[in-house]
Design a protein around this ligand. Structure first.
Ligand code: APR
Length: 309
């Protein structure tokens, strides 16, 4: 366990993330920060009062300031507005860029050695904002998107084949949007290529559903966006760091030429351990997958240019 994990934003994603961190005892203290008065305090206290029942010793604290967050080992940023029906993630750009900028300035001052996990959308551009504002090296700024997109993809495949989700191995790369790239060539069921177990049209429908997985939830909820699976994704990344697991996870990482891309955050296979991003794995892609990844990078570059820092 580490000493302190801060979760910025005590909304749906943030509060669920803090709860998962506490229940897994990843830190001695989890601090929730939010601008809304009383919300982080109330949710934090409520979660802490569940500790005797759930049996965790992680202290949960809620606050409106950054003093309590000082010296955090990991900071998970979920602050910002969520999507409503008909909105794309890019529609959140200007509002959330301002919020992530303000949060990053505070974190830079109070937790200069933290590893950041960004969850706010549009994800890849918010990672860029956080990296630019904090000046942290790429090892310490990671975005949570691929873990979520891959979880959606794996859950749909498991459902279609009526097998355990644990036996589906897969990777979804690229930007966190409609251009994401599920890698069919690397999708297996306990090592068996998925194409041997499923016809192509079923698989194509699953790929399509994965790309629109976030919108599907927004359509149901109407007043907000997904948070159970996103918080699970962020906490899986935090756990890999805390326990130095060296997991191979699809994360948004700052690319220095890998996959032919430079100066951009994009979802790629990463080794995640105590130092944060420990390695970007470059794997072979089919010509089709490579083209799709390049297209996805373009879809991230556009809003990146538009953002004001
Ligand atoms: N500092 C801290 N918290 C902030 C700030 C800020 N500057 N601005 C807004 N917030 C808080 C809000 O007060 C709110 O409690 O962020 C929280 C967002 O919570 P929700 O509206 O419930 O949104 P949520 O579903 O948690 O999504 C948050 O994560 O998955 C992404 O697309 C999603 O960008 C969105 C973010």
């Amino acid at each position: 366990m580490v000493n302190k994990i801060t979760v910025v934003g005590a909304g749906n994603v943030g509060a669920t993330t803090a709860q998962r961190v506490a229940e897994k005892q990843l830190a001695r203290t989890v601090v929730m920060v939010d601008v809304a008065e009383g919300i982080p305090q109330g949710k934090g206290l409520d979660q802490w009062e569940s500790a005797p029942i759930e049996g965790f010793d992680t202290r949960v604290i809620g606050t409106n300031g950054y003093e309590e967050t000082a010296g955090s080992d990991i900071v998970i940023i979920t602050a910002g507005i969520a999507r409503k029906p008909g909105m794309s993630r890019d529609d959140l750009l200007n509002t959330n860029a301002g919020i992530v900028k303000q949060v990053s300035e505070q974190i830079k001052k109070t937790s200069p050695n933290a590893i950041l996990i960004i969850v706010s959308n549009p994800l890849d551009v918010m990672c860029y904002v956080a990296k630019e504002v904090t000046g942290f090296p790429r090892e310490r700024v990671l975005g949570m998107a691929g873990v979520l997109d891959t979880a959606r993809y794996r859950s749909f495949i498991a459902e279609a084949l009526d097998v355990s989700v644990r036996d589906i191995q897969a990777m979804v790369l690229g930007g966190h949007g409609d251009t994401m790239v599920p890698l069919i060539s690397y999708t297996t069921v306990s090592g068996i290529p998925v194409t041997q177990l499923m016809d192509r049209s079923t698989l194509d429908a699953i790929v399509d559903r994965t790309r629109n997985g976030g919108a599907e939830i927004v359509k149901h909820l109407k007043t907000g966006s997904a948070y159970y699976a996103p918080s699970a994704g962020a906490v899986q990344m935090a756990e890999a760091i805390v326990r130095d697991e060296k997991r191979i996870l699809p994360c948004a990482a700052w690319l220095n030429g890998e996959y032919g891309e430079k100066g951009i955050f994009l979802g790629v296979p990463c080794k995640v351990g105590r130092r944060g991003l420990e390695q970007v794995l470059e794997v072979e892609l089919t010509a089709e997958e490579r083209a799709a990844l390049a297209k996805s990078a373009e879809a991230v570059r556009e809003p990146m240019k538009a953002v004001k820092l």
